[in-house]
Write a protein that binds this ligand. Structure first.
Ligand code: FE2
Ligand code: FE2
Length: 296
């Protein structure tokens, strides 16, 4: 099973329609004008899509922030730009990020659901989506239509998530949690996460310590990583970073992750583009990350 994780594409469009600039969108558009256009290079998106098409993975997981200010036009642009990756709904899973719920208007209009809802099970979060007999994605949605970048996993999610994983006979052997928000970041990014974390991240972390070995696929902090947090020893935290980010520092190379799983083995590659070429960096490899199957 080979999965591509993509996140934080952040399609953006300038909007001069004053009726679309009410409330929060004024802030969003101002910040976009101030920096997004410089920071996210839309002209690279086609090359990113080409690269993912060439890799012919079994599944594509997109962990949110497809848009910047949740404008209808941004959703339409994102859907069109990613069309070559989204031809088969059984081979792609998409969860929202905070920017896809940027305004109450977009939430009321269900802009995310009408554009990308077909790439997730119908019904409320959290849900469990089986990819093969051993592998499943547990999808979470901690986004809020709120000025802050901080999320909150709704109280009702915890009980339902516990229910979905309660039966050892049906719990997926290779469990992937998909949530836009990281719970823990590597030390170099910890300060950034502090200001955009889930406000109940401790409660989420407490729950995660009870569910056994899992991959935790997130975005939100625009930096790629694969690490085992000391506070969550059963977790491999994976962030694919932002594929269009301009990275003058060289510390956050833009790209996406390729996650390969064979039996108990997990390996993670980061595909990033540097100037005009692609580089592939191995980020993680453990031949026995997932648990031994139960012996009958
Ligand atoms: Fe983002
Ligand atoms: Fe985000």
């Amino acid at each position: 099973m080979r999965i591509i994780q993509l996140s934080d594409v952040h399609l953006w469009r300038y909007s001069y329609n004053p009726f679309q600039l009410f409330n929060k969108r004024v802030v969003g558009t101002a910040s976009l004008l101030a920096g997004r256009a410089r920071r996210f290079q839309l002209e690279r998106l086609e090359a990113v899509v080409d690269r993912i098409v060439d890799l012919q993975a079994d599944h594509l997981l997109i962990t949110g922030d497809l848009t910047t200010t949740a404008l209808r036009t941004e959703f339409d642009d994102a859907r069109e730009a990613l069309a070559r990756l989204l031809f088969d709904r059984s081979r792609a899973t998409i969860i929202p990020g905070n920017h896809d719920r940027y305004t109450t208007h977009s939430v009321r209009r269900m802009s995310f659901e009408t554009t990308f809802g077909e790439f997730a099970p119908s019904g409320p979060y959290p849900w469990l989506r089986r990819l093969d007999p051993w592998t499943a994605i547990l999808g979470l949605d901690a986004t809020r239509s709120h000025l802050s970048a901080r999320g909150k996993l709704p109280e009702a999610h915890f009980a339902r998530a516990r229910d979905l994983l309660a039966d050892p006979a049906t719990r997926p052997r290779r469990l992937i949690i998909a949530n836009h928000y990281p719970v823990v970041a590597p030390p170099v990014h910890a300060a950034e996460l502090k200001f955009k974390r889930m406000i109940n991240d401790r409660e989420v972390a407490d729950w995660l310590t009870t569910i056994g070995r899992h991959l935790y696929c997130c975005g939100h902090v625009h930096a790629a990583w694969a690490f085992r947090p000391a506070s969550l020893p059963d977790q491999l935290s994976l962030n694919s970073g932002a594929p269009l980010l301009r990275d003058p520092s060289g510390l956050r190379p833009p790209g996406f992750l390729e996650i390969e799983m064979h039996d108990r083995d997990v390996s993670v590659l980061h595909h990033s583009w540097v100037r005009d070429g692609w580089e592939v960096r191995p980020l993680f490899q453990d031949p026995s990350f997932f648990a031994e199957p139960e012996v009958e």
